[in-house]
Write a protein that binds this ligand. Structure first.
Ligand code: PLP
Length: 364
């Protein structure tokens, strides 16, 4: 990326040679991104992030259709999809959210029962960001296409971790975020199958074939292209390596931490994610004490107006209140090593015991 901040500073839209040289690098990145999905380069659009890609799909479809649209999504989507769908509802679209079972798996019968036609866009995530649960995207996309609808998937968590082939899975649109595949933050990908009805959200120049106006963020796009290439390299081995470490971590924590329970389907899951609740304690407390030991994890709950609300994903799965408050997501990556897993296995049980001894639920 570095030369594109300094000597290779041309604008890819310029006619002169500095621009032409840069354009070739943007197009190379487009080819690298297309290869990750087995798509064609002309089906790839660069955006500023996963959120923008999701908005481009959902708002772009509704704009292309006018107001008589139906937007169907799931109750466990990332806010980038869920809040966009809810906003479209406020603006006049019909909106419906499909539920999940106790394992966080999509209720396919609800999708089958929904009314889907050419005025419908269905947006379902490939993998959930809190639990890692993988939705049956191929079956869902086939069902939607058979009824004439348009299918979008938020593949932000799935890309680079599981194989995605758009020649096998009939999605019309697919969103990716750069930083989830080790590219910089602030760059994203939008796959749009040729012929999909989608109108631009940004008006201006003719960049990205008129669908996303604005001068391209060349260094980030170049970095994203390389990240796509690296993500493809050895994906199977890397996936097996992270799954082995993830399972070791999960089994050890479920065994040694009091009141620990796994959230999410055990099998249909990303290889790098585990989500565990520790009954009767607050997730935030666990995160702070882990942070003191240099261990970074995350919780799905959001601290709003002083009260800790369990995450919408845990609520949709029907996870009991005393467990939903303490759900912690551990995610592994290419940079995770066995010694990191050892450190968490050693650090967490005493933290859980300490917080439980302070818990008003246990002591009342
Ligand atoms: N969708 C999912 C599933 C995510 O996990 C995220 C980010 O964490 C996003 C969308 C948003 O991506 P970005 O932060 O690049 O806008």
């Amino acid at each position: 990326m570095l030369p594109f901040f300094t000597e290779k500073y041309g604008n890819p839209s310029s006619i002169h040679r500095f621009g032409g040289l840069i354009r070739r690098n943007v197009e190379k990145a487009r080819e690298q991104a297309a290869a990750l999905l087995n798509a064609r380069p002309q089906e790839i659009y660069f955006t500023s992030c996963g959120t923008e890609s999701d908005n481009m799909a959902l708002q772009g479809f509704v704009r292309a259709h006018g107001r008589n649209c139906r937007v169907i999504t799931s109750a466990v989507e990332h806010p980038a999809v869920l809040n966009t769908c809810r906003q479209l509802k406020k603006e006049g679209a019909e909106e419906f959210e499909i539920g999940v079972d106790a394992d966080g798996m999509l209720l396919m019968d609800q999708l089958a029962a929904a009314s889907i036609d050419e005025n419908t866009i269905v947006s379902l995530m490939w993998a959930n960001n809190e639990t890692g649960v993988l939705f049956p995207i191929k079956e869902a996309a086939e069902l939607v296409k058979a009824r004439g609808g348009v299918f979008h998937t938020d593949a932000v968590q799935a890309a680079g971790k599981v194989a995605i082939d758009v020649t096998r899975v009939p999605v019309d649109m697919l969103a990716i975020s750069g930083h989830k595949i080790h590219a910089p933050k602030g760059v994203g990908i939008m796959f749009i199958r040729e012929g999909t009805p989608v109108a631009p959200l940004l008006f201006g120049g003719h960049q990205e074939r008129g669908l996303r106006a604005g001068t391209e963020n060349v260094p980030y796009i170049v970095g994203l292209g390389i990240a796509c290439e690296l993500a493809m390299r050895g994906m199977d081995e890397e996936s097996a390596r992270t799954r082995r470490m993830r399972d070791r971590l999960e089994n050890a924590l479920l065994k040694s931490c009091t009141g620990a329970r796994l959230n999410g389907h055990k099998e249909a899951r990303l290889p790098n994610t585990t989500n565990i609740s520790f009954e009767f304690i607050e997730g935030e407390g666990v995160l702070l004490l882990l942070d003191e030991k240099g261990i970074a994890a995350s919780s799905g709950s959001a601290c709003t107006t002083g009260s800790l609300e369990p995450s919408h994903v845990m609520k949709a799965m029907g996870v009991p209140y005393t467990l939903a408050h303490s759900s912690i997501r551990f995610s592994l990556s290419r940079s995770t090593a066995d010694r990191d897993i050892d450190a968490v296995i050693e650090a967490l049980p005493p933290i859980v015991d300490r917080l439980r001894s302070l818990s008003p639920f246990v002591n009342s």
